[in-house]
Design a protein around this ligand. Structure first.
Ligand code: OAD
Length: 258
């Protein structure tokens, strides 16, 4: 056995019988994801030593006031992020979650990510709580359109009607999309099994979803590189990179099911 595989073996997470049984038998499952699930694809997270909010101030770039003050600056930052994300591919963690939506009758993937990587991995039963970086909204007509131009030809970009376009993402101080939030809470309340993956669980209201699920009787599992404020209250917590842990879990399920 090589040294690497020995290390991998030692780090192999061990999953409880309860978790395996629920993954095989539960009818309802909800999953909350954050920037950590896309970290292995090369998308920067927000917090932590290499996080975007270490280099940039959210109030300069991710608020309606910042956009009103300097739409060019805000769009330059979004254009940079869109170019970066355009070079990234979904990783094994995204693919496992796309596969899981086919296992459960009642399933919802709730993501705070705007990168669109879950959809590119094949997820469709999902809501994007913080919007999508590949959509834009016309400030004159309110129309929302897909826009995959990276780099943008014009900064700030304009709608064919002449109105200024903004990224269709949720900024600090703005409400979340009402229907997406309603679906997210309803799924958390119904879930027998709830996963929180790759989120620091500090931004509300998303951070309250695992707690709502737990209060309503779900078995709550966290997969995250670092401990978070919800770690002490979850039923099972795995600390490490989401992709390998999800793959390991998925392989365990396949072994048992075959
Ligand atoms: P954060 O950057 O706050 O947290 C990412 C979490 O992922 C951290 O707890 C890391 O420990 C963990 N992590 C990093 N790499 C990982 C990996 N490979 N596997 C598993 N976990 C890993 O991102 P979010 O929780 O998504 O909102 O942040 C929530 C919101 O805050 C974002 O949607 C964004 C931000 O400000 C807005 O812009 C409105």
């Amino acid at each position: 056995m090589s040294r690497d595989s020995l290390v991998l073996h030692q780090n192999r997470p061990s999953f409880s019988d309860r978790l395996i049984k629920l993954l095989l038998q539960a009818r309802s499952m909800a999953i909350l994801t954050g920037a950590g699930i896309s970290a292995e694809s090369g998308v920067p997270t927000f917090r932590g030593p290499d996080g975007l909010w270490k280099t940039y101030r959210p109030e300069d770039l991710a608020t309606p006031e910042a956009f009103a003050h300097d739409p060019r600056l805000v769009w330059e930052w979004y254009d940079w992020r869109r170019q970066l994300i355009a070079r990234c591919q979904p990783n094994p963690g995204h693919y496992v979650l796309a596969e899981w939506e086919r296992r459960f009758k009642d399933f919802l993937l709730i993501t705070q990510n705007v990168d669109g990587l879950h959809r590119r991995a094949g997820s469709s039963r999902m809501v994007e709580l913080h919007g999508n970086i590949w959509k834009v909204r016309c400030l004159r007509e309110g129309a929302v359109m897909e826009n995959y131009e990276a780099p943008l030809k014009e900064i700030p970009p304009h709608c064919p009607c002449g109105g200024l376009l903004r990224p269709e993402v949720v900024w600090f101080g703005e409400p979340l999309p009402v229907e997406a939030l309603r679906q997210a809470y309803a799924a958390a309340e119904r879930a027998e099994l709830f996963f929180s993956i790759g989120t620091s669980a500090v931004v509300q209201p998303a951070a309250s979803l695992p707690l709502v699920a737990k209060q309503c009787g779900a078995y709550v599992v966290e997969i995250n590189r670092d401990p978070t404020p919800i770690t002490p209250m979850v039923n099972e917590s795995f600390q490490g990179a989401a992709g390998p842990i999800l793959e390991e879990l998925s392989q365990t399920l396949r072994r048992i099911s075959s």
